[in-house]
Design a protein around this ligand. Structure first.
Ligand SMILES: Nc1ncnc2c1ncn2[C@@H]1O[C@@H](CSCCNC[C@@H]2Cc3ccc([N+](=O)[O-])cc3CN2)[C@@H](O)[C@H]1O
Length: 265
């Protein structure tokens, strides 16, 4: 079995609820402290969209997983948002959230926090409904394919978002770089890419699943983006404090990049 096929096999045991519990509940989701990792991620995204530079008709979220927090600041700037994931279990979690089914994960603390830091006086139920209205497609994706969405998407997107996906599905650095190159075909020249990921992580847990991750450094990420024809506008790193090293992974930090795909010369 190829190493990429082995990654796909390992994801069959991925448990969305366990994954959400590990990463999107306290202590990692503590909104009382700006130093906590989840508020840091939300602030990076809110500030990038607050520049007004990132807007258009369509935004694609690559490897959404079972989460929607990564789209909260985007929803004011695009007409349509397309979520994607490799696993049907995750796409089903997202569909249930879009349909407002009651038994899902409670994202309200995230929506309230983003409304607060955006400072536009937006009510959280208003933002929740706005995102639900824009999240019109939830598609299968495989970043290891030259056409990650198959033939599903007609024209390139105006922007991409991706959080914690590429390094968590790539067995090694060349595969990580190829996956980035593959997803770049989904983005129009001049389009913006907001990428969040784990630094120097080698594994993470999601219920019974123990998933391998290719450890990447800041330099590795910057090199990969440069090879795929991006200009980096902003690169930030967060150092995981000891109190947030809770055994669900061995991540040493988190990176945020605002990059732009160079227009063809
Ligand atoms: N071939 C494929 N193409 C696209 N997506 C695929 C493919 N295979 C699996 N997927 C899809 O990609 C996956 C995305 S979730 C990946 C989790 N990454 C690691 C985890 C995340 C995390 C989160 C938060 C924090 N923190 O400190 O706040 C730290 C960390 C570090 N650990 C999953 O949805 C799978 O379904």
């Amino acid at each position: 079995m190829s190493s990429i096929a082995a990654v796909g096999e390992s994801y069959q045991k991925f448990n969305p609820r366990a994954y959400l519990q590990n990463n999107y509940m306290p202590p990692r989701a503590d909104f009382s402290s700006e130093d906590c990792v989840v508020p840091w991620k939300l602030r990076c995204l809110a500030e990038a969209f607050a520049t007004g530079d990132i807007h258009g008709r369509t935004l694609i979220d690559v490897g959404s997983g079972p989460t929607i927090y990564q789209l909260l600041s985007a929803c004011d700037h695009f007409e349509e948002i397309i979520a994607t994931d490799y696993l049907e279990v995750n796409r089903a979690v997202l569909r249930r959230w879009v349909q407002g089914e009651p038994d899902g994960f409670d994202w309200s603390p995230y929506i309230k926090h983003v409304c607060r830091i955006e400072g536009k006086g937006e009510q959280w139920k208003e933002k929740e409904q706005k995102l639900r209205g824009k999240l019109r497609q939830i598609l299968p994706i495989d970043v290891h394919q030259p056409e990650p969405l198959g033939s599903q998407v007609c024209q390139p997107a105006d922007a991409l978002v991706s959080t914690f996906c590429l390094e968590a599905v790539s067995p090694d650095r060349p595969s990580f770089e190829r996956a980035l190159s593959n997803v770049t075909t989904l983005l129009k020249p001049g389009g913006h890419f907001l990428l969040i990921g784990a630094l120097e992580e080698s594994f993470y847990l999601a219920g019974e699943a123990k998933l391998s991750v290719v450890p990447v450094s800041e330099v590795d990420v910057k090199e990969a983006l440069s090879k795929s024809g991006y200009r980096i506008h902003d690169f930030r790193s967060y150092l995981m404090p000891p109190g947030l090293k809770i055994g669900v992974d061995d991540v040493s930090g988190v990176f945020f990049v605002h990059a732009q795909k160079k227009s063809v010369a």
